[in-house]
Design a protein around this ligand. Structure first.
Ligand SMILES: [Zn+2]
Length: 252
């Protein structure tokens, strides 16, 4: 008896069975199905492996997020300490339960369109001081009490804007460029006139240089190149630290 184990056909001769096996449709289907199943299994194992890897990645990310959060809080506490150093009579119970994340929620949003409305306050005395004067004007008329510094070692400013909540702005780069870009033409024409005026009345070279530097920065920022200025960020930093002082300690 020469029976095909796939389709059960019986053959009188072994050679016939051997020939049949090369073309047996049932055998072909069986082998095809087997290969398909193997591929499916392989595919499934691959998918499981990817899912596992992604899980591991998520855990890593979550770890990084927690570490970042802790770093943020440590930086915030260090900054607080800095604020506290010159304040002998601090009521510590006021600050022990506050975190940078909570404090930011209490701040009113910065509205950059207020720059235009208050531009007249950017007067000659401020113009003469270039970026320092521009920062002083912004702090007083626009940023007001709406900005804090939660990481003084890396100069990370935090605030809300009318567009976005909880902006983290290292070195105040966004603040500077966004402020310039409200109306760069007006800023430029004002400062160019101021510089001419300073040159005419033989004002000190230092003031003229400050104005020139401010004009250069504004031109660059206008071309969408983000500029950074230490004079600017130092003024905003002092202002932000002072705000924290007031927000945290004079609240009662
Ligand atoms: Zn067969």
């Amino acid at each position: 008896m020469n029976i095909c184990t796939f389709c059960n056909k019986d053959f009188s001769r072994l050679s016939s069975l051997t020939r049949h096996k090369k073309t047996c449709k049932v055998k072909k289907d069986y082998e095809f199905e087997k290969q398909k199943q193997e591929l499916i299994q392989e595919n499934k194992r691959e998918k499981d492996r990817i899912i596992q890897l992604e899980k591991e990645k998520d855990i890593e990310k979550e770890k990084d997020r927690i570490i970042q959060q802790k770093d943020d809080e440590i930086a915030f506490l260090k900054t607080l300490l800095e604020v506290c150093v010159n304040k002998p009579n601090i009521q510590t119970q006021n600050i022990q339960n506050i975190s940078g994340n909570q404090l930011i929620l209490q701040l009113d949003p910065i509205d950059f369109s207020e720059i235009k409305d208050n531009f007249h306050n950017f007067d000659l005395n401020k113009q003469k001081n270039g970026m320092t004067g521009f920062a002083e004007f912004l702090c007083k008329d626009v940023f007001n009490k709406k900005i804090i510094l939660t990481d003084s070692s890396r100069d990370i400013f935090r605030y809300n804007t009318t567009e976005k909540k909880d902006v983290r702005d290292p070195k105040g780069i966004f603040l500077l460029n966004e402020s310039i870009r409200q109306d760069p033409e007006q800023l430029l024409s004002t400062l160019v006139k101021t510089r001419e005026f300073l040159e005419e009345c033989d004002e000190s070279q230092d003031k003229i240089d400050k104005t020139t530097r401010a004009i250069k920065l504004i031109r660059k920022s206008k071309e969408n190149i983000s500029v950074h200025d230490t004079d600017f960020s130092n003024v905003v930093k002092a202002h932000a630290l002072d705000n924290m002082n007031q927000n945290l300690f004079l609240q009662e």
